[in-house]
Unconditional design. Structure first.
Length: 141
């Protein structure tokens, strides 16, 4: 496990975040009371302030998205897959930074931390919902 100081310095230097990720970003990540949906993630990204974070999944994404190994229902597996895919798209668009925090063996918290953008919330929602993994603009802002 990385020391808080090392995580904070790495985050600041590589991503330019104006938040102490080691103390506030990861520890105070918003954990939705109900399982997060793809639309819910898009809405959160559009309205979040720079440096705010959300937990978009807890478990092991590789396992939880697997049609063979997952213990989740087909519907829940599909929801997890779509949320994880949309988080990746948001990262590719430069709207969030993605992190995982190990909780235990094969157990992680997956976090999205809002990065800066000059786009307004309706434009962010629109770009997130229209984007697909094949054609992503690297310069949305």
């Amino acid at each position: 496990m990385l020391a808080t100081e090392k995580l904070t310095n790495t985050t600041h230097s590589q991503f330019g975040l104006a938040v102490d990720v080691g103390r506030t970003g990861i520890q105070s990540a918003h954990v939705p009371p109900a399982p997060l949906t793809e639309a819910g993630l898009c809405d959160w990204i559009a309205s979040a302030l720079v440096g705010q974070s959300i937990q978009y999944h807890e478990g092991l994404l590789l396992l939880d998205r697997s049609a063979v190994a997952s213990e989740l229902s087909t519907k829940d597996r599909g929801r997890v897959h779509s949320v994880a895919r949309r988080a990746w798209i948001a990262c590719e668009l430069g709207l969030v930074h993605l992190f995982s925090v190990k909780v235990g063996d094969s157990h992680y918290r997956y976090l999205a931390i809002r990065s800066g953008s000059s786009l307004k919330p309706p434009e962010i929602r629109s770009r997130l919902r229209q984007a697909n993994t094949a054609a992503i603009s690297r310069h949305p802002h």
